[in-house]
Design a protein around this ligand. Structure first.
Ligand code: EPU
Length: 424
């Protein structure tokens, strides 16, 4: 477990070249771990990334009564017949995604006590759509001293749920709540992310009847019971995308393997527009960065739009590009916090509400910066790769939440990045 005082010392100026692989997607595996709670017995996931969030979700499962063993990217979980239907504040605070236990705990136990998640580094992040969806399935909720008490009378019952916005988490919570509900559930305006398709695949292996995942309408026919299953987690498109930007920003040539380039269509299109040469196969993508990128505009949108979690990394590239880029962030109200850190390095970024105007500069200069969240942390490391001198990125426990051995894999490609542990 990384110490909170860990930081990266990044010395700029190296060009990245070579091959790097990625493991399973954080945003798929976390939900798939929770899905296991739906069936007693021994479940197995492979291609599991060795990241901090997986360790945190292990604690959530263990608190619910499960036993977890993680070795060599394989996770085996024993789920007991009786669960403790609770996710306490320290776990929900450490990782917001813990809220996803609500649906499965209600389905399995008929009740759930889950600490109400507050906002986080990315903004207010309400959960109204999660709760509305589960209410439509028959759950009732009371908020008492910061803890949500959910209850159902008998079994959850299928319903039609029209989401106001294609929220990833709300879609997943309703899917997990409805796979064992009585009757049919239709989720319209559902999120279409590849991680949702992968969750549906795992649930189907467990015996669930899910149709339409990956489209805006998902239909679920509830079954009485589910069984444990084995599943390989879909590759992490965000880790893959981050390494493509590492190649782009250092004018290097990097082949990312064990990934699905088709899940990064919009992001790769923008990198091409910025001057990168890209070749791709079914499970690899090779990117050659330009001597200097050219400005591009983009707006973040739910899948298949440009992913908000690739926004800060691309901005690091645009900070040193030729020309002015305008970007619009449509998912989070506080995603631009890192812009001030990039500005400390010499980037010219003006932000106004959900927009940023980035005028590319000739050079960034290394200095101490603080990682405010996972992707912004990665972005600051990428900026450090091309900055003059040394960039010290602190609070890197954020980066460890989503990237396995980030520094080791950058170093293998030729970067000069060192982890300094603790307060030394
Ligand atoms: N929203 C609401 N009400 C709700 C749910 C969401 O207003 O009930 C809003 C959110 O505040 C946000 C927007 O809808 O503005 C999108 O939220 P969504 O529910 O789609 O996101 P999420 O499920 O909370 C997951 C990922 C995020 C990723 C988003 C968008 C996980 C664990 N997290 O969050 O990943 O940014 O989808 O794709 O799957 C990351 O990996 O760094 C990360 C933040």
């Amino acid at each position: 477990m990384p110490a909170v005082g860990d930081r990266f010392i990044v010395t700029g100026g190296s060009q990245l070249n070579g091959t790097v692989g990625v493991y399973g997607a954080k945003n798929a595996v976390l939900k798939q771990m929770v899905a296991m709670l739906l069936a007693a017995g021994t479940h197995r996931l492979s291609n599991v990334p060795g990241i901090l969030d997986v360790k945190l979700m292990t604690k959530v499962l263990e608190h619910a009564g499960a036993t977890c063993r993680f070795e060599g990217h394989e996770l085996e979980v024993d789920v007991p017949d009786e669960l403790n239907p609770e996710a306490p504040l320290e776990l929900v605070r450490a990782m917001r995604a813990s809220i996803i236990v609500l649906g499965p705990l209600l389905a399995r136990c008929g009740s759930a006590r889950v600490a109400f998640p507050g906002g986080d580094d990315l903004g207010a992040r309400p959960i109204d759509m999660h709760l509305d969806g589960l209410r439509r399935l028959g759950a009732t909720f009371e908020l008492d001293h910061g803890v949500l008490h959910g209850r159902i009378d008998g079994r959850l019952r299928g319903a039609t749920i029209n989401l106001d916005f294609p929220s990833v988490g709300a879609t997943e919570n309703v899917m997990l709540g409805s796979v064992m509900a009585e009757g049919q559930t239709r989720i319209t305006n559902a999120a279409r992310e590849p991680e949702i398709q992968d969750l549906a695949l795992q649930l189907t292996k467990m015996g669930a009847k899910v149709e339409g995942a990956g489209t805006a309408e998902i239909t679920i026919d509830g079954v009485e019971r589910l069984d444990p299953a084995e599943h390989r987690v879909v590759p992490d498109r965000l880790a893959a995308g981050t390494f493509t930007v590492a190649a782009a920003i250092t004018a290097g040539r990097v082949k990312v393997v064990d990934c699905v380039p088709d899940h990064l269509r919009m992001e790769l299109r923008k990198l091409e527009a910025a001057g990168c040469e890209i070749e791709r196969g079914d499970d690899w993508v090779e990117i050659l960065g330009p001597d200097r990128a050219t400005a591009v505009d983009f707006a973040t949108l739910p899948y298949p739009g440009f992913h908000t979690d690739m926004h800060p990394q691309l901005v690091a590239l645009l900070a040193v590009a030729d020309g002015t880029s305008i970007i619009t962030e449509n998912l989070y109200d506080a995603r631009f916090k890192y812009a001030g850190e990039l500005a400390r390095m010499g980037a010219d970024i003006g932000t106004e509400w959900q927009h940023a105007v980035i005028s590319g500069v000739d050079r960034l200069s290394g200095c101490p910066v603080v990682a405010p969240d996972i992707r912004a942390g990665a972005s600051l490391v990428l900026a450090g790769l091309v900055a003059e001198g040394v960039t010290t990125v602190s609070e890197i426990h954020h980066i460890d939440r989503g990237y396995e051995d980030f520094e080791g894999r950058l170093v293998a490609l030729g970067a000069n990045v060192n982890r300094v542990t603790g307060e030394s």
